[in-house]
Design a binder for this molecule. Structure first.
Ligand code: FAD
Length: 511
């Protein structure tokens, strides 16, 4: 039998794998996604897409689908630290959250992981991806030109061969691919074992009508003095997360749920349990030759703060345009090095942030000491600066600075293009973050800058949208500069010389 040949095989159809398929499809590459399960996840796992994820999903035409997939209730979030669902509230995260509308045009999405995966699957298929469920990757081996995979059809137990130019390992927390490639991990490892108990109960009278409700519980009567109570996609279905205890029976879980709700006479039905570890593990490398790690395969974090799913989707977004450009011959293969260079430092920080949240919300002082002080929320989401050896034409000075508060943004290469409005030559408003898509952008107040940017892009065969504006000062650049922006909204270069645009674009594309 002849070996099937394909540009990209993605192993795993979770948030990381499906979003990679979507963003590759959006950039013109049709991937093969394989997944050993029968379908997408039905478990109530990650909740909520932050504004940065929503910006990425909007470029793929998915923002409205994610908003529509919100659970029943008012489009609002309750996230508090409390003694119980009905007890004293100790801290309200939403009340203390900074106003993110200054930094992004998008509001958060509230779809659960199960609903988000359904939407991503549909969109990936619309964009040309093939998705094969009940298919397991049993091995892979790479040479200079490609990767050979052994895939097993789980219906027939037949194994067949596929050869890919590149593989995305989106095989999650229990994935094997990183291990097969000899990629180690670092971090705190397994932090805590928890049991998630799904139960049915009508709690609306106490929980209110918000679509998403999370209570981080601090109560000495609970095992280890803490737990988490979370709403799901179904009005009367909840998940109670408690410290794991192999000796605990259903009666024990019921007692804990009564303490968590603060309702000793609550009538409820337990419908399932799953035990898992909160972990902190970052892969030592995100790339081994033609294999790239995304999502939990690259970085494992506890769920406190809700960034695990977001980071998985964003990995696909930041990788998609690069891998497509390399496959299409628009960029040199070295562009793929920048995936690890740019994403690993972000993953380190976000994993630490979630652990710091866990330490604080569960009052684990020893953990807090080990992880140090976390970044503030706005800086974590909007303030990352890619390292100077990433896919950008770097500026000298402050090379080691990885984060800045978005209210004091520098606009330097490697940072997000800020959420601001420029004035076009015709007086029309030009808002860079509203214009993101599978193309480079240039915002220029240099005479002839837009033509120079288009000519450079034509020369290199990449898509470019160039806007002549009255001033580039709102981008934290000089009054009369050109600011070159990558397809993922990261500033690639800025300068006043039209002749500098093409070399900058060449640097970004590793040509
Ligand atoms: C109970 C629970 C609750 C959680 N709650 C939250 C939360 O509130 N907030 C948050 O941000 N995160 C949460 N998480 C974490 C979040 O779910 C993950 O960060 C997210 O799922 C990562 O997506 P992924 O695509 O990388 O991995 P996954 O969703 O794990 O997907 C990996 C896929 O790869 C498949 N696979 C693995 N190996 C192979 C193979 N050899 N061949 C074929 N397929 C393979 C697996 O079957 C799986 O479907 C939770 C996780 C769990 C388990």
């Amino acid at each position: 039998m002849s070996t099937e040949q394909i540009d990209v095989v993605i192993v795993g159809a979770g948030l990381a794998g499906l979003s990679s398929a979507v963003f590759l499809g959006m950039n013109g590459v049709k991937a093969l996604v394989i997944e050993r399960r029968e379908g997408t996840s039905i478990l109530p796992k990650a909740r909520g897409a932050n504004p940065v994820t929503m910006e990425a999903l909007r470029t793929a035409g998915l923002a409205e689908a994610i908003h529509k997939a919100m659970p029943p209730g008012k489009p609002a979030i309750t996230s508090v630290v409390s003694e119980s669902l009905t007890g004293k509230v100790l801290y309200d995260h939403v009340a203390h959250r900074p106003d993110f509308s200054m930094f992004s045009p998008e509001r958060p999405g509230m779809a659960s992981q199960a609903r988000a995966e359904e939407a991503l699957l549909r969109r990936a298929q619309e964009l040309g991806a093939q998705v094969r469920f009940k298919t397991r990757c049993d091995s892979l081996a790479q040479d200079d030109d490609g990767v050979d995979l052994a895939l097993c059809d789980l219906d027939t137990e037949q194994t067949y061969a596929v050869r890919a130019k590149y593989v995305i390992a989106a095989d999650g927390i229990r994935g094997s691919i990183a291990g097969w490639l000899g990629i180690g991990t670092h971090g705190l490892g397994a932090i805590k074992s928890v049991t998630a108990v799904r139960f049915k109960a009508d709690l609306s009278q106490w929980a209110g009508d918000n679509a998403m409700v999370i209570h981080y519980l601090q109560n000495p009567a609970l095992p280890d003095g803490a737990g988490v109570l979370v709403s799901t996609d179904y009005k009367n279905e909840w998940v109670a997360n408690m410290s794991a205890d192999p000796q605990r029976d259903e009666g024990g879980m019921r007692e804990i749920i009564k303490i968590m709700t603060g309702l000793p006479d609550l009538d409820f039905e337990i419908i399932g349990t799953v035990s898992y570890d909160y972990g902190h593990r970052i892969a030592d490398r995100f790339r081994a030759g033609r294999v790239l790690l995304t999502g939990d395969a690259a970085h494992v974090m506890p769920p406190t703060g809700g960034q695990g799913g977001n980071t998985a989707v964003q990995d696909g977004y930041y990788l998609g345009w690069k891998l497509a450009a390399v496959i299409q011959g628009k960029a040199g293969p070295a562009l793929l090095d920048s995936y690890e260079i740019e994403r690993q430092p972000y993953a380190e920080e976000v994993c630490n942030w979630q652990v710091a949240n866990l330490a604080e919300r569960r009052r684990i002082d020893t953990l807090a000491e080990r992880i140090g002080a976390p970044l503030d929320h706005a800086t974590l989401l909007f303030g990352y600066i890619c390292p100077p050896n990433g896919a950008l034409a770097a500026e000298l000075g402050n090379e080691d600075r990885r984060f800045e508060h978005p209210a004091q943004a520098s606009g330097r290469p490697g940072a997000r293009v800020p959420y601001v409005e420029l004035e076009g030559e015709d007086g029309a408003k030009v808002s860079p973050r509203h214009l993101l898509g599978p193309w480079f952008m240039a915002f220029t107040a240099v005479p002839g800058g837009a033509e120079a940017a288009r000519a450079a892009a034509d020369e290199l065969g990449v898509a470019m949208k160039a806007y002549q504006v009255k001033s580039t000062a709102p981008l934290h650049a000089g009054e009369q500069q050109t600011v070159l922006v990558r397809p993922d909204g990261v500033v690639a270069w800025r300068g006043a010389d039209n002749a500098g645009i093409e070399p900058a674009l060449r640097t970004v594309l590793c040509r």
